[in-house]
Design a binder for this molecule. Structure first.
Ligand code: NAD
Length: 492
């Protein structure tokens, strides 16, 4: 057995043992094996990272964008070279299948690729002769030290919605990974180190609340990106904003899909099952409830129940496995409790995935796909983010009723429609209150060159992650109005 290592932080170009007094076990959710210990770094370590990043900013912001992106090109190559290992690490600490982890890493790399276009994306605008002989120029400049606070469910991808853009724009950066899954970022920082980035430009501080609060309160941190649950998003948004920082907070979700009677049921079922049960339902874009309209009540219900029962559940590293465990035992107990409560409140348990027997993985946090039918739209099951492999089925008679049901929820991360009617699709796209819309798509995740939009209680802020929004978030505009009097033709 290999000894269990305690993860170091990466500050000012050095790997350093944390001075923390508290540590958590990082466990493989499929096997309960302890993979490492993560320090809960105190505020003092975050302060050291800010000091290093603030010093590095002085020269990093003067480094031409064309040179800055050379480090990202190197990073892209290193991520490709270590793609398999990084994907396996995600599966080991987070539980999703290897194919899902590879999909996640591909999305991370796409963001690096897009950020390599910063010499074009960061350009300002100008207009000559805004008045006689006067020109106006808008320049984009970096902010300074920025930070990301990340959730557990995409340990490789989510920091990449922000970090490559922040660096390419000339900012310096601090990453605070989720304490539940810190190993992937540890490996990614080993690659960042290999790119030869100047010391202090990127820093890694492991930890939980103390490290986060230090980020929120440090006067030299200019901008914060957060992704996680809605209660924490609200806390981060209000405390950081009260401290005068630029903040973007992506929160939780309760994503609906609507199935119209004209939908291709075979395709819809396949896609809906992947959305609800992929990553064991631990995706902020997972379908959490399906609203069937008219005849789809019968056709879709039968088909999705059959598909759910057949899903192969197990260790995500094993071949043929289609769904892994949930992140930890607390999460499993919470999800089982919500299923029980839903059934007690009158929903019918069509497929019950609780307490499965997964031979060889008895210690894992497994729940198989679960479907509840006739769920009351006002019940906790229909309103709460479950973040597990549980799909609730609701039924209405018209598309208008379905859209009102979708729009009555507190969240607005994603809403999807399954239909063969262009008119229905257009109506839905127009009226649905969510920032990411899928038409015959089950996980409407925007590519790196589009903003990851969330609405309502799924997002707090103005500018989202990825693409042009990220460039705007990580730069401040400066407008120069210039007059140069005199006749230049006589001077030379
Ligand atoms: P979480 O809110 O528990 O934790 C997120 C981060 O906040 C972690 O780094 C954690 O250390 C920190 N944190 C937690 N509690 C804190 C507190 N009281 N004070 C200060 N910091 C605190 O979220 P999670 O369980 O890791 O992730 C799952 C959640 O993330 C789900 O709600 C999911 O919908 C959401 N999510 C949203 C998106 C999106 O794009 N909207 C994407 C992925 C995940």
């Amino acid at each position: 057995m290999e000894p269990i290592i305690t993860l170091p932080n990466y500050i000012n170009g050095q790997w350093c043992a944390s001075v923390a007094t508290e540590f958590l076990d990082v466990t493989n959710p499929a096997t309960a094996e302890v993979l490492a210990k993560v320090p809960l770094s105190p505020a003092s370590e975050l302060h050291q990272a800010v000091k290093a990043a603030a010093e590095a900013f002085l020269t990093w912001r003067r480094t031409p964008p064309t040179e800055r992106v050379q480090y990202l090109f190197k990073l892209k190559n290193l991520l490709e070279e270590h793609f398999e290992d990084l994907s396996r690490t995600i599966t080991q600490e987070c539980g999703k299948t290897l194919a899902e982890s590879k999909g996640e890493m591909r999305r991370a790399i796409e963001n690096v690729e897009v950020a390599c276009g910063i010499p074009m994306m960061m350009q300002g605008t100008n207009l000559e002769d805004i008045a006689r002989g006067i020109d106006e120029i808008m320049i984009r400049q970096p902010l300074g030290v920025c930070a990301v606070i990340a959730p557990f469910n995409f340990p490789g991808m989510i920091p990449f919605w922000f970090m490559p853009y922040a660096l390419a724009c000339g900012n310096t950066y601090i990453v605070k990974p989720s304490e539940k899954v810190p190993l992937t970022m540890q490996k990614i920082f080993q690659l960042l180190e290999k790119t030869g980035l100047p010391k202090g430009v990127v820093n890694l501080v492991n930890g939980a609340k103390a490290a986060v609060d230090a980020i929120l309160d440090h006067p030299q941190i200019r901008a914060i990106s957060f992704v996680g649950s809605t209660p924490v998003a609200k806390y981060i948004y209000s405390r950081a904003a009260a401290n005068g920082k630029r903040v973007q907070c992506q929160g939780g979700a309760k994503n609906p899909i609507i199935v119209l009677p004209d939908a291709d049921i075979e395709m819809t079922t396949r896609i809906a099952a992947d959305s609800a049960f992929g990553c064991a339902g631990q995706r902020c874009l997972a379908a959490s409830f399906a609203v069937t309209v008219g005849e789809a009540r019968h056709t879709f219900t039968e088909a999705i129940a059959e598909t759910a029962k057949k899903r192969v559940v197990g260790n995500g590293l094993d071949p043929g496995v289609e769904m892994g465990p949930v992140i930890n035992a607390q999460s499993k107990v919470r999800i089982e409790g919500l299923i029980r409560k839903g059934a007690n409140e009158g929903a019918r348990l069509l497929v019950d995935g609780r307490y499965p027997n997964i031979p060889g993985y008895e210690a894992g946090n497994f729940i198989k796909p679960t479907i509840l039918q006739d769920v009351d739209p006002g019940s906790e099951l229909a309103r709460t983010e479950i973040f597990g492999p549980v799909l609730s089925l609701l039924h209405v008679d018209t598309i208008d009723q379905a859209i009102s049901l979708v729009n009555s929820g507190q969240y607005g991360n994603m809403a999807c429609l399954f239909t063969t009617s262009g008119a229905a699709a257009r109506k839905f796209r127009y009226e649905a209150e969510a920032g990411n819309i899928g038409i015959n798509i089950g996980v409407a995740a925007p590519m790196a060159f589009f903003p990851f939009s969330g609405w309502k209680e799924s997002f707090f802020g103005d500018l989202h992650g990825q693409g042009n929004h990220a460039v705007e978030f990580f730069t401040q505009t400066k407008v120069v109005v210039e007059r140069w009097p005199g006749d230049w033709s006589r001077q030379f």
